[in-house]
Design a protein around this ligand. Structure first.
Ligand code: IFM
Length: 444
């Protein structure tokens, strides 16, 4: 049930500049973070990881989460009343593997279509079936088979698809550092995980095309890397980090090549795989949250943003000072979004298809979330500046519709436009929900 709504809706009196006609406005979620109903699907690597003590900061699980599996009509009503054009959600591969699992997405897609909200599914958002492993190339082939099944079932109502969400984080947090499922600490030996996900992306594009899809993208996470100083060792470390987080995942998709020195570290017939990975896309999704300041290694482990970065890494992440931070401690730097988009335009030129911001948002407590309004306000203005600078941006999705299971942080980080009481599961739209609804109305 939807409770009363927060009352204030404005952080600034200046209207958000007008975005082009046809600009796609949406909000995003992911299956594991909101669905619950774990008994109605096979386990994922996240279930296994969560069950091991010590991994999730508040000791919680996603067994119920927002119970979106049962409460999706209420959540779709929230989307409709918000006035978004589109809803980005993810499809749980373990659910699709389970009897009747696809029926849930059938119902959800029908509900969205009835509400006039365009469904935009992501086909993989980190909840790998527990029986699979991205260290194995075969997982990429299995992914393409699963994608074909989903496209066959939903393709009559879904025309916009996202292959993967943030393979960078899934590789880095899940397989290199061990902070996310499946909890491996392989450091650079985790590189095959990146390659196999990228291959899975390319194979999925082919499977979707074979099913008639014409509007396909990926949601990669990117942010500017700022060197800690102009000293050569800091510049070198920052460049390395930029390769790891940005270019390792964008270059193969957009240019059909790995950054220098990386291809040799990848398994299999890399040249032939790159042809698959670089299957042309209709648009390129960017998840943006914050820039990262990076310097030379400091000879000690570093705790940063909920992660432990081991001393042996060839870089160290530093605090960005002089900007507000979210409850997660992430710096709020809207102008870095403009910078990022201009860098992409300059780096990839005409190889960059139209861009969609597939995630942007922040964690803050409270219903009267003026900080979130201010964050979104700033980032929309920064996005508009990128448009004015000639970057072809076609859409913007807020992360997230609902407070949800924020991975290793459990329920401690609230990213939602809608508050969820995790005892009663009651939804309460926050001030930012009302603010965004007003912005969307004004955009027409
Ligand atoms: O909650 C995550 C989401 O699953 C992927 N992108 C970043 C969000 C906030 O951490």
């Amino acid at each position: 049930m939807i409770a009363r709504m927060a009352t204030t809706t404005r952080a600034t009196n200046n209207p958000i500049p007008r975005f082009p006609d046809g600009f796609l406005w949406g909000v995003s979620t992911s299956a594991h973070q909101i669905e619950g109903a774990v008994d109605k699907r096979e386990p994922s690597v996240w279930d296994t990881f969560t069950a091991e003590p010590g991994h999730i900061k508040d000791g919680s699980t996603a067994a119920v989460a927002c119970d979106h599996y049962h409460r999706y009509p209420e959540d779709v009503a929230l989307l409709r009343d918000l006035g978004v054009d589109a809803y980005r959600f993810s499809i749980s591969w373990p659910r699709v593997n389970s009897p009747g699992g696809l029926d849930f997405y059938d119902r959800l897609v029908d509900e969205l279509c009835t509400a006039g909200v365009r469904p935009v599914p992501t086909l993989f958002h980190w909840d790998l079936p527990a029986s699979l492993d991205w260290m194995n190339r075969d997982t990429a082939e299995r992914f393409a088979e699963y994608v074909a099944v989903v496209a066959d079932r939903l393709g009559d109502r879904v025309d916009k698809w996202i292959t993967l969400n943030e393979p960078a984080e899934h590789t880095l947090f899940g397989h290199a550092l061990g902070a996310h499922a499946p909890g491996r600490q392989l450091l650079f030996d985790a590189l095959p995980v990146a390659h196999h996900q990228l291959l899975a992306h390319g194979l999925a594009v082919r499977a979707l095309r074979a099913a008639g899809a014409t509007d396909i993208g990926i949601a990669n996470s990117h942010g500017p890397t700022w060197p800690a100083s102009q000293e050569p060792e800091d510049l070198e470390a920052a460049d390395f980090y930029d390769v790891l987080l940005n270019r390792l995942f964008a270059d193969p998709v957009l240019l059909g090549q790995y950054p220098e020195g990386i291809g040799d570290l990848m398994p299999g017939d890399v040249e032939s795989d790159l042809k698959v990975i670089a299957e042309p896309l209709d648009w390129y999704g960017i998840n943006y949250y914050a820039p990262t300041k990076v310097g030379a290694p400091q000879g000690a482990d570093i705790e940063f943003g909920g992660l432990t970065m081991p001393a042996e890494l060839p870089f160290s992440v530093r605090e960005i000072e002089g900007h507000p931070v979210t409850d997660f401690g992430w710096p709020v730097v809207p102008e870095a979004l403009t910078e990022l988009l201009e860098t992409f335009r300059d780096r990839y030129g005409d190889r960059l298809p139209p861009v969609v911001i597939t995630e942007n948002g922040c964690s803050y407590e409270g219903l009267e979330d003026q900080e979130r309004i201010s964050y979104l306000d700033g980032h929309l203005r920064a996005l508009h500046r990128a448009l004015e600078a000639g970057v072809d941006v076609r859409g913007y999705f807020v992360w997230s519709l609902l407070d949800n299971f924020e991975w290793a942080e459990g329920y401690a980080r609230r990213f939602g436009l809608v508050h969820v009481d995790f005892e009663t599961l009651e939804r309460t739209p926050k001030a930012s929900y009302g603010w965004l609804r007003d912005v969307l109305r004004a955009q027409g």
